[in-house]
Write a protein that binds this ligand. Structure first.
Ligand SMILES: [Zn+2]
Length: 400
């Protein structure tokens, strides 16, 4: 059995312990400062005699410390006294965020009668799931205000060891118990009281800040995302930097930034619309010019055209003529083939049989190929047009 020292002495960063069992990369000790993966909180990390720990899990009454390198196991044998060192930044972050979750859950319960149906602490943020589909911005702001008031009030966090379920149930627990004996109850006076086996900070002031960062529907619940303590500071720092960059770009301050961005978006929409009209005009002119060719297959190179302009030009051509089209652009290094529905000219087939040097493909009525150089592009365009003309000629011969 491993004694869980972290439940009593939450701020202990170093300690010695005795090895009781070793197998593969798993080390079991008589006592430990490393909290296991439990209650939605990831495990602590650190070192045993300088060997890095990969994971900490609970197995029966034991805490199993799995080392990063299985070969380090040779350095340990039962009876050894070893030195444990915790990754304190990680543990403190967990303690800040976990107590923040207790406080928010207690407030959502007391203010709105909502139950928390699951907690998870990830590397980026923490989440918990509330049994509602109606969570308004007002509710979130109020819960956040009350949670941070609990931080300003610097409340001492009480941890009580309770022997039996009967005794624990005399306390105003927020959630039903899942264990029958040796229960740890964590109380934030006036805010929350719940059974929890994980370590938390000893005073609410140590959390620094509690921030809800988002929420979304999750199954029949609402998943709330939050960040506490240093995570919240880092988040604020990053967002402040982002806002500063945007403010400079839009010549605005944080109060006028949003309206300036909206104005710029409106202007961009207008420019995009004008640009599309302009492009359609060019495509129409190109289509008219190309359709004047006295040939069974319409061909042409359109300088400066991107793939989009090639497609619009082909579409405009299809409104004028049923003839197959092979058009290209050196800028897009591409060839576009189109043919009318039901035409004997199958664009995709031509691409597959002739475009060995390019990448592309398509169906019967439209196909495209991208090349690495104009020489191969032009060579293919020429061959494809000849092939399409040949197909048309054969078709005509059969008909005649
Ligand atoms: Zn908890």
């Amino acid at each position: 059995m491993t004694e869980k020292i972290y439940q009593k002495e939450r701020y202990l960063k170093k300690m010695t312990a005795k090895v009781t069992d070793v197998s593969s990369a798993d080390i079991i000790l008589d006592r430990t400062i490393f909290a296991s993966d439990a209650g939605g909180q990831p495990c602590d990390l650190g070192t045993i005699n300088g060997c890095r720990i990969k994971s900490v899990t609970e197995r029966g009454n034991d805490i199993v410390h799995t080392l990063e390198r299985a070969e380090d196991e040779a350095d340990f044998k039962p009876g050894d006294t070893v030195e444990l060192k915790i990754d304190w930044a990680r543990r403190f972050d967990h303690m800040q965020n976990h107590l923040g979750e207790h406080i928010l859950s207690g407030i959502f319960k007391s203010e709105y009668g909502l139950d928390n149906h699951g907690f998870h602490l990830g590397d980026e943020d923490g989440t918990f799931d509330l049994d509602t589909l109606e969570l308004s911005d007002e509710m979130i702001d109020r819960a956040e205000d009350l949670a941070n008031q609990a931080v300003y009030d610097a409340l001492p966090v009480e941890v009580t060891f309770v022997k039996s379920r009967e005794e624990a149930e005399k306390l105003p627990l927020r959630k039903q118990l899942t264990v029958d004996s040796d229960i740890l109850v964590v109380t934030v006076p006036g805010v929350d009281c719940v059974a929890c086996c994980c370590p938390h900070v000893a005073n609410t002031s140590e959390i620094g800040i509690i921030k809800i960062t988002g929420h979304e529907k999750y199954k029949q619940l609402t998943r709330v995302h939050f960040k506490c303590g240093r995570r919240a500071l880092l988040d604020y720092r990053q967002k402040h930097k982002d806002v500063a960059v945007l403010s400079e770009r839009y010549s605005a301050d944080e109060f006028t930034l949003l309206s300036k961005v909206e104005k710029a978006e409106k202007k961009n929409d207008k420019i995009r619309k004008e640009y599309n009209e302009f492009k359609t005009g060019i495509a129409e002119a190109n289509a008219r010019r190309l359709s004047e060719q006295d040939a069974p297959v319409i061909t042409g190179e359109i300088g400066g055209a991107d793939m989009d302009l090639l497609r619009i030009t082909a579409k405009k051509l299809s409104e004028i003529t049923d003839a197959p089209v092979v058009i290209s652009s050196p800028e897009a290094m591409s060839v576009l083939l189109t043919s009318a529905k039901g035409s004997p000219v199958k664009c995709g087939m031509i691409v597959r049989s002739l475009a060995a040097e390019g990448r592309g493909g398509g169906g019967d009525t439209q196909a495209q190929v991208v090349f690495n150089d104009t020489e191969h592009m032009r060579e293919f365009a020429e061959k494809a047009a000849a092939e399409a003309a040949e197909v048309l000629k054969n078709e005509q011969d059969i008909t005649n």
